[in-house]
Design a protein around this ligand. Structure first.
Ligand code: HEM
Length: 121
């Protein structure tokens, strides 16, 4: 008799336990993020370290930073192999030197250059 009651109790536990476990799993919070909170793809940022690699040497592209923006000067004759006048080189921030150039910062507009990245030291 004791065995019978014990068996019944065990059976009822086995039946009810999985139901309880399932309920706790299905109520687990989902890590869903509303699409409205996902940031849209913004402008690319480039650090000084990243910029340095675009030195125009050995087939590398030639990028220069000017007034917080990065420009691709690879196809400009005056920037061949990443070298320019007055010791200016690609892969660097030219902002402190642009006032010493004969053309000034408007050269980027004159050449129709559009920034490839935002310069973030
Ligand atoms: C985004 C940056 C720059 C670009 C795209 C650029 C581009 C050019 C181009 C296309 C020329 C030949 C046409 C012209 O004289 O207008 C030139 C000339 C020159 N640039 Fe730049 N430049 C840049 C920055 C600088 C800087 C920072 C200096 C610093 C001193 C500089 C100094 C010169 C000099 C001395 C010349 C020669 C002008 C002459 O023919 O006597 N440039 N540059």
């Amino acid at each position: 008799m004791v065995k019978l009651i014990g068996g019944l109790l065990l059976c009822s536990f086995m039946i009810s336990a999985p139901v309880y476990a399932d309920a706790s799993i299905s109520s687990a919070p989902k890590a869903a993020v509303p699409s409205s909170t996902v940031p849209s793809k913004g402008p690319k940022l480039m650090s000084a370290t990243q910029l340095k690699a675009f030195d125009g040497k050995n087939g590398h592209k030639a990028y220069v930073a000017l007034n917080g923006k990065v420009y691709d000067v690879t196809n400009i004759d005056e920037w061949k192999n990443g070298k320019h006048y007055k010791g200016m080189v690609a892969g660097t921030d030219l902002t402190p030197y642009i006032s010493k150039s004969p053309h000034g910062p408007q050269i980027v507009d004159q050449l129709g250059l559009t920034p490839v990245a935002i310069y973030k030291k």
